[in-house]
Structure formats: structure tokens, C-alpha cells
Design a protein around this ligand. Structure first.
Ligand SMILES: NC(=O)c1ccc[n+]([C@@H]2O[C@H](COP(=O)([O-])OP(=O)(O)OC[C@H]3O[C@@H](n4cnc5c(N)ncnc54)[C@H](OP(=O)(O)O)[C@@H]3O)[C@@H](O)[C@H]2O)c1
Length: 280
């Protein structure tokens, strides 16, 4: 099997490189996925699997009208270019989506077919990118949340603040589960290896859904700080003086029964966190 990873330099891209050590890893310098001609002219012949880890992921910067074209180029148009290339060479496309396609008003875990109703420019771009990926018959659309891996992320930020003696203010009414890239990459490999039916799969870590403040408190406790050093605040109050920021879904919890039904069990996020923190 010949596998190509695009966006290979990001958090997920790095985890995919570890999970698929024989894959051809293309960072932005090797393949800018927003360059239609570059994507079209890449040597796709003989490629069996394309793993798309490239995306615009700066959700607040995505709100700036000056960035709208760039956001859509990376999260929508590029997925269309990749989908066309993949259809031409008959490969399988793995694309990665976000719970930001939902409005978060649903009370329970979101099933894969929950209707999209994004609240932000980033969320709209991810929803439109999902539609592009859907034009490939042989596709896996991985919907994930709160990604933590080798790169900038919330857990790394909180660990840094804990170590520097800072007491951060963190929202306590956005509920979800972190997703460690090790688990996300392993789940993708599982679907491909077992030739699971194509389509959309939620994939986050398992365990009790919690707020961002709870995740921060767990990080603080692990770094020897008091969990009470994390000051809790509502989303409404936190963002009241930050009008340019993206509106976040309050419920980010994804139903994992479809992926677990394939035989893949993501770890409890607390176990994954315990393994991750000492690597920082
Ligand atoms: N991070 C989260 O919390 C989160 C939550 C839910 C879903 N997701 C989704 O999960 C996936 C992986 O996210 P991540 O956390 O790994 O993101 P990340 O660390 O920000 O990595 C994204 C990668 O995409 C690359 N990229 C951007 N534009 C590109 C282009 N035009 N051509 C080639 N590469 C390009 C970036 O390169 P540069 O560094 O050069 O910009 C970066 O290496 C994305 O689809 C994201 O939407 C993420």
C-alpha cells in the first residue's frame, strides 16, 4: 500500500507519520494543498491512501474577514482538489473534521449524522470541506474534538502556565473530551486495516466528558499545582470583552458507538493525558 500524508507537519500529521512510518509525508513546503495545479500534478498514480491532515485551525483568526479566503482555500477548496485527485487515481481519502460543524445545542453525544449548523467561520469551512470529501466514494471522514499532540494545544499551554506559577481563567461550560493524536492516528489505521465501511466516524478519546476547566485542573494537579488555581468562568463572561473571537459550541461531546462498534477503543482521556504530560 502506498500512503501519502498531506499537512504532515501539524499535530495530527506528525502522529500519522509515526503510525504510518512507510508513508510519503508531505508538509506545506512539499505540497501546498491550496495550489490546485500542484495538487493536480502530483504523482498520484499508484497511491492507495491519502491522509489529509492539512487545515486552517486558528479558529479565532478565521473570523477576521481578511482571512476568510485563506480559511476556505485550506479547509474547502483544497479538500475538493484532493478529492478530485483521489477519485482519479482510485485511492481512499481520509479527511478530518471537527465538532465545530455543530451548534452544540444538542443535549447528548452527537451521532455522526447530526445536522451541521456551524457557529463560526472555521466551523462553516469545515462543514463545507466535509461535503467535498463526501464526493469521494472511498472516504473516511473522521470527526474529532480538542486535539492534543506534538504542537501547540490547550494542554501544552496549561502545563506551561502551571509550571510558571500562573493561575489561568478557563471556561467551565464547554463540555467535551480531548483527543490525543496517538489515538486518532491509531483509529484511522484501524479503519483502513480492517476495511471498515466507508463514511463518517466520530473519534475522540473516551472517558467522562468534562469542561475545559476540568482538563486544565487535571493538568494542574499532574504538575503539582492545586486544581483550585484554575479560575472557572462561563463562556459568556470569558468572551464578553473579546468580540472578534469565534463562537464555540457548548456541547462538543461525540458519540463513539460507531467507532467502538468496529472494534477500536480509544483510551480514556485521563490515561492518555497521564502518558502525554511527561513528554512536554
Ligand atoms: N486542533 C484541534 O483542536 C482540532 C479540533 C477538531 C478538529 N481538528 C481538525 O483536525 C485536523 C488536524 O488538526 P491539527 O490539530 O493537527 O492542526 P495543526 O497542528 O494546526 O496542523 C495543520 C497543518 O496543516 C498545514 N497546512 C495548513 N495549510 C496548508 C496548506 N495550504 N498546504 C499544506 N499544509 C497546510 C499546517 O502547516 P503550517 O504549520 O505551515 O501552517 C499544519 O502543519 C484538522 O483537519 C483540524 O481541522 C482539530
Amino acid at each position: 500500500m502506498t500512503t501519502v500524508i498531506v499537512g504532515a507537519g501539524g499535530q495530527l500529521g506528525r502522529a500519522l507519520q509515526k503510525q504510518f512510518p512507510d508513508a510519503v509525508a508531505l508538509g506545506r513546503a512539499e505540497l501546498d494543498v491550496t495550489d490546485a495545479a500542484a495538487v493536480r500534478n502530483y504523482r498520484w498514480a499508484g497511491v492507495d491512501i491519502v491522509l489529509n491532515a492539512a487545515a486552517w485551525t486558528a479558529v479565532d483568526a478565521a473570523e477576521d474577514p481578511a482571512n476568510h479566503d485563506a480559511v476556505r482555500a485550506a479547509n474547502v477548496d483544497a479538500v475538493g482538489y484532493l478529492a478530485r485527485a483521489v477519485r482519479t487515481c482510485g485511492a481512499t481519502l481520509v479527511h478530518v473534521s471537527s465538532e465545530y460543524v455543530f451548534d452544540g445545542a444538542h443535549e447528548g453525544p452527537h451521532p455522526e449524522d447530526w445536522p451541521a449548523n456551524p457557529l463560526s467561520a472555521y466551523g462553516r469551512s469545515k462543514a463545507d470541506g466535509d461535503a467535498q470529501a463526501g464526493y469521494v466514494t472511498k472516504h473516511y471522514l473522521m470527526r474529532t474534538t480538542w486535539v492534543v499532540g506534538d504542537g501547540g494545544n490547550f494542554v501544552r499551554t496549561m502545563a506551561g502556565l502551571a509550571d510558571r506559577g500562573v493561575s489561568p481563567t478557563v471556561v467551565d461550560d464547554q463540555i467535551g473530551r480531548p483527543t490525543f493524536t496517538t489515538d486518532l492516528a491509531a483509529g484511522i489505521a484501524h479503519l483502513l486495516r480492517t476495511q471498515a465501511p466507508f463514511g463518517t466516524y466520530n473519534l475522540t478519546n473516551d472517558g467522562e466528558p468534562v469542561s475545559w476547566a476540568d482538563v486544565a485542573a487535571a493538568v494542574f494537579a499532574a504538575r503539582g499545582r492545586s486544581a483550585d488555581d484554575v479560575v472557572r468562568i462561563s463562556t459568556e463572561k470569558y468572551f464578553a470583552d473579546k468580540p472578534q473571537t469565534a463562537t464555540r459550541p457548548l456541547n462538543s461531546v461525540l458519540d463513539l458507538s460507531k467507532i467502538t462498534g468496529t472494534g477500536f477503543r480509544p483510551r480514556d482521556w485521563r490515561a492518555a493525558l497521564a502518558e502525554y504530560l511527561p513528554t512536554l
